[in-house]
Design a protein around this ligand. Structure first.
Ligand code: HEM
Ligand SMILES: *[C@@H]1O[C@H](CO)[C@@H](O)[C@H](O)[C@H]1NC(C)=O
Length: 326
């Protein structure tokens, strides 16, 4: 009898330990396996269809992960529109140039047709980012799900989290450390700047009144041609591609560029100069495998940052609007 009771408690103890180890973020692999088994396939299919029509959607899905998850929580707060009471995160200066938000709704609608009210926008944001990485030739990262959606914009605290284009490497490293991402992780994530574009708005300070002597002189004429005005018209779509060599590929060409002083933003340039980050930049420039391994590891940590789970938050009906409370 005594043995049986002891045995019972031992089992109870072990299952509690296992449950805890399995999911300290509250997230699990394949969270929708019973409630919406097709969810991940539908998202993957939609990401592929959208990518065929607009290649730059994949850049957006990747950037969304950073801008949502890095600001306190992966809760899709990024996607909320402004309301009378609060400014959206999308409309802040740090989000300048972000695009394709309406196509997140296309993905959400496809998921809703199959399983209404089940899959969160936060999970759609993260999984579309994961599939976008694959579309760009990057690694496949298996990621947990079970995130729920926040109800409010975090625009008011966004600048305390998201670094600016000209932030010092010390601040960048400190902010990433706050979410558990170490130096090689930061170096790998900045490799996202191997795709997409940067608007002249964020670059003219390196060109005017005089050209930053640290810029590679071979790269300067191209930048001046793309950004001919010291004060760019905010409405004119003037930009430079982040990686002229392979602009559509998530690859380690970024690291070779920044080592050659062809990094566009000051943070990109600093990454190759700072003695804390430079050794990893060199290593990733040499090995795409090493870059992908660190990138996958860091994306996993980033996407597990402080999610809303259990009864917190909600499952939004539409990704740009919080549900009405009754
Ligand atoms: C120190 C950290 C970072 C800073 C300061 C930064 C800043 C910026 C800026 C200013 C742009 C140009 C936007 C424009 O003019 O349109 C940009 C583009 C981009 N960023 Fe970052 N970023 C950082 C980290 C990241 C991370 C961690 C990711 C993803 C994991 C990321 C993904 C992207 C992508 C994909 C683009 C291109 C977007 C497009 O072409 O639509 N960035 N970033
Ligand atoms: C960074 O650039 C912004 C303009 O985009 C400017 O307002 C700010 O003062 C700059 N910060 C530093 C540290 O140079």
């Amino acid at each position: 009898m005594g043995f049986k009771v002891l045995f019972f408690f031992a089992i109870l103890f072990f299952s509690a330990v296992c449950a805890f180890a399995e999911d300290n973020s509250g997230l699990v692999m394949d969270y929708y396996k019973d409630t919406c088994p097709q969810a991940e396939d539908i998202i993957r299919e939609q990401v592929k269809l959208l990518y065929k029509r607009h290649k730059n959607t994949a850049f957006s899905w990747l950037r969304n992960i950073f801008h949502d998850c890095f600001v306190e929580s992966c809760d899709a707060s990024l996607l909320l529109d402004s309301t009378r009471r609060m400014l959206s995160e999308k409309e802040t200066d740090r989000s300048f140039g972000m695009r394709n938000f309406r196509y997140i709704e296309t993905i959400k609608e496809a998921v809703e047709r199959e399983c209404p009210g089940v899959v969160s926008c936060a999970d759609i944001l993260v999984l579309s980012g994961r599939d976008g990485i694959v579309a760009l030739g990057g690694p496949y990262v298996s990621l947990k799900t079970g995130r729920r959606d926040g109800r409010k914009s975090r625009a008011d605290i966004l600048e305390q989290h998201l670094p600016d284009h000209n932030e010092s490497m010390s601040v960048v490293l400190e902010r990433f450390a706050n979410v558990g991402i170490n130096t090689p992780g930061v170096v790998a994530l900045l490799g996202a700047h191997s795709v997409g574009r940067t608007h002249c708005m964020k670059l003219v300070h390196r060109l005017y009144p005089e050209v930053d002597p640290q810029l590679n002189p071979d790269h300067v004429p191209h930048m001046l041609k793309k950004c001919p005005d010291p004060i760019p018209d905010p409405k004119a779509v003037q930009y430079v591609r982040n990686d002229r060599g392979t602009p559509m590929k998530l690859d380690n060409n970024y690291y070779r560029n920044i080592l050659e002083n062809k990094g566009l933003m000051l943070v990109d340039h600093q990454l190759a100069m700072d003695k804390r980050t430079k050794p990893y930049v060199k290593k990733m420039a040499k090995s795409q495998d090493y870059f992908f391994k660190e990138f996958a590891r860091a994306i996993t940590i980033l996407t597990e940052n402080n999610p809303l789970t259990g009864t917190k938050g909600e499952i939004r009906k539409q990704c740009n609007l919080a549900n009405k409370l009754h």
